[in-house]
Design a protein. Structure first.
Length: 455
């Protein structure tokens, strides 16, 4: 393969790798970010929001697995929507997914800095956040298998650490603490807290973006998806309950490092347990940060390969077979966001992108059932059409709530979408002339995957 060639990704991932990517993409949501929902809704109000979003994600993941196995493509939602709804549908889905995966990492980078600053106040938060980009973009460039193995290891360590947190803090749980001021803002607070409930699960759909790099994706993707969502539901509810009952939850509601603070309430800040949580707890943040970098780079790669972004973003490193330019460009955007955004705003922007993509994906599922009844579907969503309908309805409700409570951020999202459409319209002739439309790309990819699965 020549230097900088636009090519195909290397298939090297099994079910455990995909489970590690799925949980790793999300697990930072258990370490920080969700607690901002307490500030909006209180403990009980946020619990209600979380249960609603848990239903959304559970039904969505089962539905999304059907799309991912029927059309295993690095673009994931972009490819599904393009096949079902045409170029504009693909554009909206691809843009929304890219917003989700580009704006989530800087929020996590802020938390990485916050965790380090908690134990070493002389270390600036921003310095740690920027250093994280340099380190983990570099790791991702070295190769997908190496990146996935790293992701699996840090994810397992992060899960163990959450179990330790629950075990140490759990005995200090008091119902009176959890029930104190349970819904300070009433029903409205539940809807205002939705972005932070989404943060518990946001980015799990990134498993689909590794489809071209998975061994036998028609089997491994559903296994990875389903195992990941079960793991995350258990962890999310356990961490939220334990942290909310250890002390005054108001003191945790606006921190980028709620778990060390919660453990300090239980055993004292100087306890070795707290030091261990901060040290090992960084693995949870690293897992998501690293995993979402995999996601945004593959989304950029897929969009560029189909001509929706500059072609340079679809180039593959000649040695490591990774989309190195997309990795670097996404990192630059993330660092810029570190200087201009706040954690809550970045989380909300990422959540809006995610929910827009969920809506387009569920519509695509229904359309493809009618439009392409003969499409091979090795895995079909159970309880069809109930699961995708539930996922679609809850996604629409979530989007309306987020727009209502976040008009400025929603306006920025819309403005960026308009810019993307302008670029798409201006480069339409170029795509046609070079044969880069996705109609040409997907069949080629399906051929490559079929040959690979037969090997």
């Amino acid at each position: 393969m020549s230097a900088g060639k636009v090519g195909q990704l290397k298939r090297a991932l099994g079910s455990w790798h995909l489970w590690g990517i799925g949980v790793g993409l999300v697990i930072s949501g258990e370490y920080f970010g969700w607690n901002y929902g307490w500030g909006e809704a209180g403990t009980i109000g946020f619990l209600i929001a979380t249960l609603l979003i848990t239903v959304l994600y559970t039904t969505f993941v089962f539905s999304f697995a059907e799309l991912s196995t029927a059309i295993p493509h690095a673009g994931g939602p972009f490819a599904f929507a393009h096949r079902a709804l045409g170029p504009i549908g693909g554009l909206v889905a691809g843009f929304a997914t890219l917003v989700e995966f580009v704006f989530a990492p800087p929020a996590i980078a802020f938390a990485l800095g916050g965790y380090v600053n908690f134990m070493f106040p002389s270390v600036p938060v921003l310095t740690v956040a920027i250093a994280a980009y340099f380190i983990f973009v570099g790791i991702n460039i070295l190769g997908i298998k190496q990146a996935a193995i790293f992701e699996l290891v840090v994810t397992i360590v992060a899960i163990i650490e959450l179990m330790v947190f629950v075990g140490v803090v759990g005995p200090h749980f008091e119902t009176s603490n959890f029930m104190s001021d349970p819904m300070p803002h009433g029903i409205g607070g539940i809807f205002a807290a939705i972005p932070f409930a989404i943060w518990f699960y946001l980015a799990i759909e990134g498993v689909a973006m590794a489809a071209e790099e998975a061994h036998d994706p028609k089997k491994t993707i559903p296994r990875g998806f389903i195992a990941a969502i079960v793991t995350l539901v258990v962890l999310a509810l356990a961490v939220m309950f334990v942290a909310g009952g250890v002390g005054n939850w108001h003191d945790l509601a606006n921190k980028d490092y709620p778990l060390p603070e919660a453990m300090a309430m239980a055993v004292g800040k100087d306890s070795g347990w707290v030091h261990m949580l901060v040290g090992i707890g960084l693995f949870g943040l690293v897992a998501s940060f690293h995993g979402i970098i995999i996601g945004y780079s593959r989304q950029m790669f897929a969009l560029a390969r189909a001509g929706y972004l500059p072609a340079a973003l679809a180039k593959i490193h000649p040695k490591f077979q990774t989309p190195h330019i997309a990795l670097v460009v996404g990192g630059v955007i993330g660092i810029i966001a570190l200087y201009s955004g706040k954690t809550t705003e970045l989380i909300t922007m990422a959540a809006i992108g995610a929910v827009v993509m969920y809506i387009i994906s569920m519509i695509s599922l229904f359309v493809l059932r009618v439009k392409a009844p003969d499409l091979e579907r090795p895995y079909k969503v159970p309880f069809y059409p109930v699961f995708p309908i539930v996922a679609l309805v809850l996604s629409v409700i979530s989007l309306l709530a987020m727009v209502y409570y976040n008009l400025v951020i929603s306006g920025i999202f819309l403005a960026l979408l308009i810019v993307s459409y302008i670029y798409y319209a201006m480069t339409h002739g170029q795509r046609q002339g070079q044969g880069m439309e996705i109609e040409n790309v997907i069949p080629a990819m399906e051929s490559v995957l079929a040959r690979g699965n037969a090997d």
